[in-house]
Design a protein around this ligand. Structure first.
Ligand code: KG4
Ligand code: ZN
Length: 347
């Protein structure tokens, strides 16, 4: 009997992520008080498609989402060893992101929920990133969260799932966006982040003294556009003989100093002992090392999402969806996508 009750508490959730240029489908299994298990996490990257344009072309992205989605759903179900009738709830990213891309994934998830007579959950992409370091854990502890992606740079105080308070954010470019723009200036392929990381190996991080905007200001906001412009002026001034490796290493060092400096200050100011990093930029090894060293010195616990969960994926959306589903939440099917959706601040 107890076994039957426990079995019925186990839920399977299928989620779709299509907010930008990755089409992703994941299936998770979980129950209250237990670590969530990722049964499938399929990602179809569109990087090659957008590379020749030097950035994401929204119409190409949405058309490609609709082409990939059905196969990815079938692939995910097969990998999880489940039939669609065994899925208890469906989720999709409903914002923030590109409107035409969000529509494809959320409409597909709503259609599946509707056909199966199961609940739908609309998930904030940033909540997915924020929770990603804790997938596979039994709890999300109170912590300081730094989300560093192509579209966002956000510092938040997290009380637990659903309890978020914004402490700071970028006033102009996101950290990943700065990487991508500087990558373009250096003639590196899109996306610039991983390319700059590679180019910086063997470069001298002290070769150029780039600015660290707002690092010493009392507030917890960021600014990266001045740094980007400083790189541009340096390239114009030095001409063709400049060492790309030195520019990449010096730029990267400036970004890391800003992110580490502000985050540790926020943790100190708000009395938080756990720091979590998420989003594409948190893949950067030099950044991870810098955070590891500084957190060890200061006695903070550092949590970083596993590499495959740093960049856009649907496992993080499924995890966020499952936590909400287990709380009995449901999103009405007539709720629209929200391309500029901020992260809830109901701490
Ligand atoms: O989280 P993500 O996949 O998508 C968004 O939600 O934006 O992040 C993509 C961003 C891009 O700007 C990319 O250049 C950056 O993450 N990125 C990196 C690295 N890998 C990806 N930035 C620095 N170093 C990396 N290794
Ligand atoms: Zn993202």
């Amino acid at each position: 009997m107890a076994d039957r009750i426990r079995k019925s508490a186990v839920k399977h959730l299928l989620a779709i992520e299509s907010s930008c240029d990755e089409t992703a489908v994941a299936i998770v299994r979980g129950e209250p008080g237990r670590a969530t298990e990722v049964l499938a996490s399929e990602v179809a990257s569109q990087i090659e498609l957008h590379r020749e344009h030097g950035g994401v072309v929204p119409e190409l992205a949405s058309r490609n989402h609709s082409l990939c989605l059905r196969q990815l759903v079938e692939q995910a179900l097969e990998r999880a060893g489940l039939g669609i009738s065994e899925i208890d709830a469906f989720a999709a990213t409903t914002g923030p992101g590109l409107a035409s891309s969000l529509l494809v994934g959320s409409t597909a998830a709503k259609a599946m929920a509707c056909a199966a007579g199961k609940p739908f959950l609309g998930i904030n992409h940033l909540e997915g990133h924020l929770l990603s370091p804790f997938i596979g854990r039994t709890e999300v502890p109170p912590h300081l969260s730094l989300i560093i992606s192509g579209g966002h740079t956000l510092l938040l105080e997290v009380k637990g799932p659903g309890g978020y308070r914004k402490l700071g954010g970028t006033r102009d470019d996101a950290a990943g966006e700065a990487y991508d723009k500087v990558g373009k200036m250096l003639g590196l392929p899109y996306p610039g982040g991983p390319e700059i990381e590679k180019a910086a190996v063997g470069g001298n991080p002290a070769a150029f003294d780039f600015p660290r905007p707002m690092l010493h200001d009392a507030h917890l906001d960021f600014s990266f556009s001045g740094l980007k412009t400083a790189v541009l002026y340096t390239l114009q001034r030095e001409g063709d003989y400049i060492r790309i490796a030195d520019v990449a290493a010096s730029f990267q060092k400036a970004v890391i100093d800003i992110l580490v400096g502000k985050t540790l200050r926020a943790a100190r100011q708000h009395g938080l002992r756990v720091i979590a990093l998420s989003g594409g930029v948190s893949l950067n090894r030099a950044l991870r090392r810098a955070f590891e060293e500084r957190c060890a010195e200061a006695g903070y616990r550092l949590e970083i999402a596993t590499p495959e969960l740093c960049t856009d994926n649907a496992a993080m959306i499924a995890f966020a969806g499952l936590l909400r589903h287990l709380q009995g939440e449901i999103t009405p099917l007539d709720q629209d996508i929200q391309p500029n959706l901020p992260l809830a601040t109901d701490l």
